[in-house]
Design a protein around this ligand. Structure first.
Ligand SMILES: [Zn+2]
Ligand SMILES: [Zn+2]
Length: 108
């Protein structure tokens, strides 16, 4: 039996309803890339905000991508690495939006 010290959890995406198989590192949905505000620091699950976090920008980082999420309730922004399981088509679609490219901030 392997022991995991990281938090592994599955959840239903509250945005698109997809079942997300947590790997302990990412908590965003691989289909729509939305996240939830459950952490203060990555992985700590210490926030009780619980707001939906909209993916507002994406940038290239080394081999992968970093997605910036912004909480719809409190406005907190978090950056996290895109997972290899993330839907590349969603990343491409989002990256086509002029307000989504290379960290340019969404202005409502
Ligand atoms: Zn989703
Ligand atoms: Zn929040």
């Amino acid at each position: 039996m392997k022991k995991f010290t990281k938090t592994v959890e599955n959840f239903n995406c509250a945005h698109c309803g997809a079942v997300v198989h947590g790997n302990g590192y990412t908590n965003h949905c691989p289909k729509c890339l939305w996240s939830r505000h459950v952490d203060n620091s990555p992985g700590d699950r210490a926030s009780n905000c619980g707001g939906m976090m909209r993916p507002i920008s994406i940038e290239k980082s080394g081999e992968g991508f970093i997605i910036t999420h912004k909480c719809e309730i409190c406005g907190k922004e978090k950056r996290q690495h895109a997972s290899e399981k993330d839907d590349i088509n969603t990343i491409i679609e989002l990256s086509k939006k002029p307000d989504f490219i290379f960290g340019k901030k969404f202005v409502a």
